[in-house]
Design a protein around this ligand. Sequence first.
Ligand code: IDP
Ligand code: MG
Length: 160
Amino acid sequence: MAIEKTFVAVKPDGVRRGLIGEIIKRFEQRGLKIVGMKMLWADEEFASEHYFEHKEKPFFGRLKEHITSGPVVAMAVEGADSISVTRKIVGPTGGDVAPLGTIRGDLGHMGIKHACEKGKICLNLVHASDCKENAEREIKLWFKPEELHTYKRADEDEVM
Ligand code: IDP
Ligand code: MG
């Protein structure tokens, strides 16, 4: 078990649906620590950098269009194995296949396109880094060093 930092964002569809608090709660209640947080509206160049691993994908243009369509709540999330734990909390990419209990499974809205279909971007509310390399790269992209904080959660001392 390693203490890691990872990057999580409430995407514009999550912000527009009024789910910022509900989404943040899921990470906090699991014991993860928010060590950086801000709202910002990415432009196309920034979006290209964030999603650079998808630049050859047919949906790259639509992906950038979506992430730049409104403000994003960006977070640096710290905790034991936080990269894999946040991915578990978020659930698989398609909201239609994501299990109940995950953010995408619980909050996927049947009236809004949340399945990953060809030619569409699935509106799945949240982003979470998928590996250590991307977590480090994404935190560096979204946060200045002085925007990341070190503090103790009250429950950290409760562990025997
Ligand atoms: P992830 O967010 O679960 O890590 P990625 O494969 O990194 O999924 O894709 C980034 C985002 O691009 C997804 O969250 C989703 O919004 C969108 N996306 C991924 N694959 C597809 C697809 O096949 N069709 C439509 N949208 C997709
Ligand atoms: Mg991804």
